[in-house]
Design a protein around this ligand. Structure first.
Ligand SMILES: Nc1ncnc2c1ncn2[C@@H]1O[C@H](COP(=O)(O)OP(=O)(O)OP(=O)(O)O)[C@@H](O)[C@H]1O
Length: 346
């Protein structure tokens, strides 16, 4: 099952059956952490795909696999439909098309260098500008991330900027290499709440204006709804649900998505939050058999312990969930409707 926004044509970036197992040496034996398990994802240009899930669900590992910072155990990447090779030149070409924006804009900028240095360096390294054009191109990058007028910012140092401005510089630096794909790993989680919206709006603007394919990694499903076309929900290294963002957040089909939504901050909610689903995420060294969510699931059935559910169609167009409750052969009639309100009544 390929997750991601459905658009005609070839996606800018596609991942096929990506799997990452990290070796760990525990109790003298050789074991592995099943961090990402058989994920296929298509990122078309001009779209935002949000990957959401709790800490440890494998979101960052997926983003790092997509940047080629780490090698997959198995699976492949396709850029504009072409398989991505592993030679030094192919890797360099790839990094100029796929850019990673990190969580902490402080650590991603070097405090001894000015904004100008951070922007001109990739332009020079990737030969995107002749010497005489550097100043003009660096300033136009600032304008593209709404740091205007550019003269105000170009000769500042990271400590002279706010967190939001630093994150904009980190994004501008990525734009210098004219990427097709932006991978943003929790880009606003370390920013002050009051400036988060501005950075999310900038990403939305870049999607629209520059036709970038954007992957937005977050544990905040409310911001995913705000920004993304498609939401992909990960649990314990696997995709448990995906589909259009409003559909997933209005009518989640998977009990884990329901759990995430019930824990999301909602200013209009007057009652206390009640988490439906017990416990914590499982060990990824020995993940649970069958559906990995079954030990926490309030609706778990015998089949859930025995067999991993396939991606099954849910109520909305393009909405799928890996849950036996959606299978007419397995769902008990009373549990088949797992909308949040009916689930809460049980
Ligand atoms: N280099 C590594 N070696 C061993 N295990 C790792 C390594 N990197 C990640 N893991 C494990 O892989 C699993 C997935 O981690 P990952 O960081 O991708 O999750 P995440 O959803 O991004 O979490 P967070 O939101 O906290 O960043 C975790 O169990 C983590 O401990």
């Amino acid at each position: 099952m390929v997750h991601g926004p459905k658009r005609p044509g070839t996606p800018a970036l596609e991942a096929r059956n990506l799997t990452k197992h990290f070796p760990v040496h525990q109790f003298g034996g050789r074991q592995v952490v099943h961090a990402v398990e058989d994920i296929s994802l298509a990122l078309p240009e001009g779209t935002v795909t949000a990957v959401v899930g709790e800490s440890g669900s494998g979101k960052s590992t997926l983003a790092r696999l997509l940047t080629q910072l780490i090698k997959p155990t198995s699976g492949e990447l396709l850029l504009d439909g072409k398989a991505v090779g592993t030679s030094a030149k192919e890797r360099r070409d790839y990094t100029s098309h796929v850019h990673l924006v990190l969580q902490d804009p402080f650590s991603s900028l070097n405090s001894v260098h000015s904004v100008r240095y951070h922007l001109e360096r990739p332009l020079k390294l990737h030969r995107k500008a002749r010497r005489g054009e550097l100043d003009e191109l660096a300033k136009s990058l600032l304008e593209r991330v709404a740091l205007s007028p550019a003269e105000t910012y170009i000769d500042k140092f990271p400590h002279e900027l706010s967190g939001g401005q630093r994150q904009r510089i980190a994004i501008a630096r990525g734009l210098a290499v004219q990427p097709r794909v932006l991978l943003a790993d929790e880009p606003v989680s370390m920013l002050d709440v009051s400036i988060r919206l501005g950075v999310l709006n900038l990403l939305d603007d870049l999607r629209e204006r520059e036709r970038l394919a954007i992957l937005y990694v977050t544990h905040d499903i409310a911001s995913a709804r705000y920004l993304a076309d498609t939401v992909v929900v990960m649990y314990a290294g696997q995709v448990v649900e995906s589909g259009p963002a409003t559909q997933i957040t209005d009518s989640p089909a998977h009990p884990y998505t329901q759990l995430l939504l019930s824990a999301a901050p909602d200013p209009s909610r007057t009652e206390a939050v009640e988490l439906r689903g017990r416990g914590a995420p499982p060990s990824l060294v020995n993940p649970p058999s069958g559906c990995r969510f079954h030990p926490r699931c309030p609706f778990a059935m015998a089949i859930c312990k025995e067999a991993a559910p396939p991606a099954l169609p849910a109520a909305g167009d393009d909405q799928v969930a890996a849950c036996w409750l959606l299978s007419p052969d397995h769902a008990p009639a009373a549990a088949a409707d797992t909308t949040p309100s009916s689930a809460a009544d049980q």
